[in-house]
Design a protein. Structure first.
Ligand SMILES: *Cc1c(COP(=O)(O)O)cnc(C)c1O
Length: 496
């Protein structure tokens, strides 16, 4: 019997013809009542700026425009439609309670130019979130300013440099394992550090012998993604920290994968000096379409003087305020105070879950990744047998014999109603399939996913061309992905 397949085609009508050009002369989506106030002389008021015709604006009725945008919204995939197993990106469900809190009037309408006196609630939100994140990470101080994970990395490395500079030598190199996230070497290069690659051992962890050999007084820091992009926890993290510290180096932890650790272990307790968090991953704030994100950076005491200004402090009169006078600060890294709306959502998530809930969330994220690992082991090649944390990385080795690669399998998954997993990353696994279900998914949804992946593996054996030509159910099929990234068409323009 063929497995149950949930088709992505349910929203797509292939026979719709010209779907974008809906304009017809004279139609409008609004109708205003007659004026009951004196008419203003707009020509006098606007002068040359007054527009006499509609220009190239499309002319459509209200229902047409509503249907147009509603239809467009259904051609996209969303976490609100189904599982979004994009490894490393932690596409967890954004609980609606976060949104309800973010829409509370005083919060939603707050303005960064408001005086501190009437911003006490907003300041309290920032202070409480900071305290929660410090508690969760085991660090000593934090900045909420950075707008994304990679931005947090940059902020962290600027602080690393300022720290070494204060000791008389900024140092030149940053060590980065081959299992790190791609943003790590990019960030280090951007802030002008020389990047030195550190190799992994057969278990997918940092090779201690190589680290010892490469560590010297010219190394400013090791940037370690933990768990790394293989979904593997660095079991020798204490030794790693000791090797660095013995030569005066710092341990930077890319904490974007903290959803595997929250409530279980604290980076501050295993030797980390500076780290970033991704609120838009671990703490469920939305991150579709490139943002807005939030990448707070937490540090140990020794790095606190270098935090970006301003920081939230309690003033002598008991109110909260911003402290700008920080002589050793690396400066401001973001306008105002960061993406405040994300702070509200992250704090709502943390408080709604509480300590036990957060711990359970971590356990469920790891349980779900391992459920999928067990379900697909044998069907897909598993290059590292080390236990998985929050994500599992397979390779396309078995399917490659039929000429089908990870990208083809991912494209076929779209026909089964799922968002693709992450393809061809991490780079140390040739043809990687990186799958992160997150704790949001039920057993039923994961069973459907496993069935879909198994069904695709069967297709690869019996009819590889179907997989190679996928997706078959979408409005457009295979795109030129380079052109889509380099020359994106992001808005409608008049045809003429
Ligand atoms: C997502 C991610 C980043 C980058 O975060 P952005 O918010 O996309 O800049 C860095 N490291 C790891 C491990 C990640 O998963």
């Amino acid at each position: 019997m063929k497995p149950k397949i949930r088709k992505a085609t349910r929203h797509v009508n292939q026979n719709e013809g010209l779907i974008f050009e809906k304009s017809s002369p004279g139609k409008a989506a609004w109708k205003l009542p007659p004026l009951d106030v004196p008419q203003v002389d707009t020509a006098k008021l606007l002068g040359k700026a007054e527009r006499k015709d509609l220009g190239n604006m499309p002319e459509v009725s209200e229902i047409e425009i509503i249907r147009h945008f509603t239809r467009l919204s259904t051609w996209n995939y969303a976490i609100d439609l189904g599982m979004y197993p994009l490894g490393s990106c932690t596409m967890k469900y954004n609980p609606r309670v976060n949104e309800a809190v973010a829409r509370v009037e005083g919060i939603a309408n707050g303005h960064p130019y408001q005086p501190e006196k009437i911003s006490q609630g907003a300041l309290q939100i920032m202070k409480t979130l900071s305290e929660c994140l410090i508690e969760i990470t085991g660090m000593d101080a934090i900045t909420l300013q950075p707008a994304a994970g990679a931005h947090g990395e940059m902020t962290g490395l600027l602080m690393v440099r300022a720290y070494h500079q204060s000791k008389g030598n900024p140092r030149k190199k940053v060590l980065i394992p081959d299992s790190a996230h791609g943003t790590n070497p990019a960030t280090a290069a951007m802030v002008n550090y020389a990047v030195e690659n550190l190799k992994s051992d057969a278990r997918g962890m940092v090779d201690l012998a190589s680290l010892k050999q490469q560590m010297n007084e010219d190394v400013a820091a090791l940037m370690l993604t933990n768990p790394n992009t293989l979904g593997v926890f660095e079991q020798q993290i204490h030794e790693i920290a000791d090797i660095l510290h013995a030569k005066g180096g710092l341990l930077y932890m890319d904490g974007a994968n903290m959803n595997a650790l929250v409530g279980k272990v604290r980076p501050g307790d295993f030797g980390v000096d500076v780290m970033h968090l991704n609120l838009h991953k671990t703490f469920s704030t939305p991150h579709g379409g490139g943002g807005p994100g939030s990448g707070p950076v937490a540090v140990k005491k020794g790095l606190e003087p270098f935090l970006p200004a301003p920081v939230v402090v309690a003033k002598p009169d008991g109110t909260l305020g911003f402290e700008y006078n920080r002589p050793h600060s690396v400066g401001r890294v973001r306008s105002f105070y960061g993406n405040f709306g994300m702070f509200v959502r992250a704090l709502a998530y943390i408080q709604a879950n509480g300590p036990d809930g957060l711990r359970e969330t971590t356990e469920d994220a790891v349980l779900n990744a391992n459920y999928i690992r067990k379900g697909l082991e044998g069907t897909y090649d598993l290059p590292y047998s080390t236990p998985s944390m929050h994500e599992v990385v397979f390779s396309d080795k078995l399917q490659a014999r039929k000429g089908v690669r990870t990208m083809d399998i991912a494209k076929r998954l779209i026909d089964y109603g799922f968002h693709p997993y992450t393809t061809a990353f991490p780079l140390i696994v040739p043809g990687a399939l990186m799958i992160e279900p997150t704790e949001s998914e039920s057993k039923e949804e994961m069973d459907l996913f496993i069935e879909a992946m198994k069904s695709i593996a069967e297709e690869v054996e019996e009819d590889p061309q179907t997989v190679l030509d996928a997706p078959h159910s979408t409005r457009v099929s295979r795109l030129d992905e380079t052109a889509a990234a380099r020359k994106p068409v992001l808005r409608w323009k008049p045809a003429n």
